[in-house]
Design a protein around this ligand. Structure first.
Ligand code: SF4
Length: 254
């Protein structure tokens, strides 16, 4: 499978991270070696073995990740790789991106795409009532007076915004649906609903922090469109949302 430009950004930054970490580890190995010898003659050996193992696992993890991206299929440990990417690699990627002039937004997009890819590769399936469709409040029409944050079903279905279609989609597949005004409410909704999987629509920042916070729950993230700028009358691609729902519901192999 040919990697998309967003995935290529991630692979490039991953290779750069591995190279810089290797240099750093070489210094970390070389500098204290002499001092350790004075404490005990076998300490430099033990220290070298520990660092060599770390380098081995770092490169093995990096290669496994790259092959999973290139093959587009679960090879080994996709679930663990997702955790590694979300918790460890992503902060490094932001740093590396800064060094080579790739914007934070682009790295976040790349991270979201890679996360989706790993979730899909893992073929995680769930029952409809354990799947949560989580939406940002900014999808609601700015002038709509109805309060939908506590209960999205308060929507009158006038069709001025996509909340109507998204509720219909959730009803069609019998999945849970909720709207969050920010990270705190999103976390509360997740604790209350205890979903096994989440389809989330949001901007780059909210999706990346959401994916990181909710790990190990698999999340497929869909970026919202912002034709009027951030946080107002944003849009969701209904077909992408539908596909993400089906990715969690359809039996394997379809
Ligand atoms: S579809 Fe629902 S949420 Fe959107 S403007 Fe109409 S009533 Fe408000």
């Amino acid at each position: 499978m040919e990697p998309t430009p967003k995935k290529r950004i991630f692979i490039g930054l991953l290779v750069l991270t591995c190279l810089i970490l290797s240099l750093f580890l070489f210094l970390l190995w070389y500098v204290p070696l002499l001092g350790l010898k004075n404490i005990h003659p076998s300490l430099p050996y033990l220290y070298s073995v520990a660092l060599a193992m770390f380098v081995f696992f770092m490169f093995a993890g990096g290669l496994l990740l790259i092959f999973t991206i290139l093959r587009g299929k679960d090879i080994l440990f996709t679930q663990r790789l997702r955790g590694l990417v979300a918790k460890v690699l992503f902060p490094f990627m932001i740093l590396m991106g800064k060094m080579v002039g790739v914007s934070k937004e682009k790295v976040q997009q790349s991270f979201i795409e890679l996360n989706n890819h790993l979730v899909r590769s893992n073929h995680h399936r769930t029952k409809p009532n354990r799947l949560l469709l989580l939406l940002p409040h900014c999808i609601q029409d700015f002038d709509c007076q109805i309060k939908i944050t506590g209960n999205i079903k308060n929507c009158k279905g006038c069709g001025k915004c996509e909340i109507k279609e998204l509720i219909e989609l959730a009803d069609q597949y019998q999945v849970k649906i909720a709207v969050a005004t920010g990270g705190t409410l999103a976390r509360r909704i997740i604790v209350e609903n205890r979903p096994e999987a989440i389809v989330a629509v949001a901007c780059e920042l909210d999706l990346t922090s959401g994916i990181q916070d909710t790990y190990p729950i698999p999340v497929i993230g869909i970026l919202n469109d912002r034709p009027y700028g951030p946080c107002i009358n944003t849009k969701a691609d209904i077909q992408k949302v539908k596909k993400a729902i089906l990715d969690f519901l359809e039996p394997r192999g379809i």
